[in-house]
Design a protein around this ligand. Structure first.
Ligand code: NAP
Length: 256
């Protein structure tokens, strides 16, 4: 039996970037806690595979592929989610990219624009389409995937870190504006988690070994390590938490 504190029965959750990685783990766990779940990413086949895997566990789940960088696609994503499952109670803005790894001075304009468009602008656009409805209903939980990189100076993924620092600020801004309407908005800042996205780091021993040594729990994270944090922030257990940036990093940021 699920504790009432973590029970999401009757809630509708939309999770972007959820055909794999952190998004998939969060979507699956929100479903296991009782929510109806919408899986979404660029890739229709990947979304459908993820949908089937979660549906096999008995979760009510839809796949709605969408490029979050295109505003009309976001309109469709919201409309189809509401048509399928009703109003969105839980929004997880998780889709993210990092096409530039290297000096900040060498990031091209195209790379900068792509990072900001997907990691930041799309989040503002989607939140602006969903949060006002939550505010009217006086209930909503929004979770934005930020990053540990947004909390520290960074020599290799500087543009990405800039976009993720802005995401934590965005959570605080929305939290202040919509807290009076009982809409809670929080960020999660994962440390290094083993996914496709992090392969340039996890696949490079010169980066991985020192990172693990500086991480008190002495390991890379798993997507499941982030999923529980999402359930907590979405559920009654997190009812008094808003504007927070929850760091889930095995202790990397507090290490010596
Ligand atoms: N892994 C880490 O160490 C780590 C650490 C801190 C923060 N993060 C953040 O966590 C989030 C998830 O990353 P992950 O590690 O799980 O990586 P991932 O496996 O590469 O997942 C990224 C997801 O975002 C989707 N996506 C990318 N561009 C999109 C677009 N234009 N429209 C719709 N969906 C799009 C991808 O779908 P498609 O393949 O279909 O494009 C994929 O489902 C990202 O925001 C990332 O910045 C990751």
């Amino acid at each position: 039996m699920t504790s009432a504190l973590f029970d999401l029965t009757g809630k509708t959750a939309l999770v972007t970037g959820s055909h794999r990685g952190l998004g998939f783990a969060m979507a699956r766990e929100l479903g296991r806690a009782g929510a109806r779940v919408v899986i979404s990413s660029n890739e229709p086949a990947g979304c459908e595979a993820a949908r089937r895997e979660i549906a096999d566990e008995g979760v009510d789940v839809l796949s709605i592929p969408c490029d979050v960088g295109v505003d009309a696609e976001l309109d469709r994503l919201v409309a189809e989610t509401e048509a399928g499952f009703g109003p969105i109670d839980i929004l997880v803005c998780n889709a993210g990219i990092n096409p530039h790894f290297g000096s900040l001075t060498e990031a091209t304009d195209d790379e900068y624009d792509a990072i900001m468009r997907i990691n930041l602008r799309s989040v503002v656009q989607l939140c602006n389409r969903v949060i006002p409805g939550m505010a009217k209903r006086k209930d909503g939980a929004v979770i934005l995937t930020s990053s540990l990189s947004g909390l520290r100076g960074n020599g290799k993924i500087g543009v990405y870190a800039l976009s993720k620092a802005a995401i934590a600020q965005l959570a605080r801004n929305y939290a202040v504006e919509f807290g009076p309407d009982n809409v809670r908005v929080n960020a999660i800042s994962p440390g290094l988690i083993d996914t496709e996205f992090s392969k340039p780091m996890t696949g490079n021993p010169d980066i991985l070994a020192p990172r693990i040594l500086k991480t008190p729990l002495r390991r890379v994270g798993k997507p499941e390590d982030i999923a529980g944090a999402a359930v907590y922030l979405a559920s009654p257990a997190g009812a008094f938490v808003t504007g927070h940036n929850l760091v889930v990093d095995g202790g990397t940021v507090i290490g010596d």
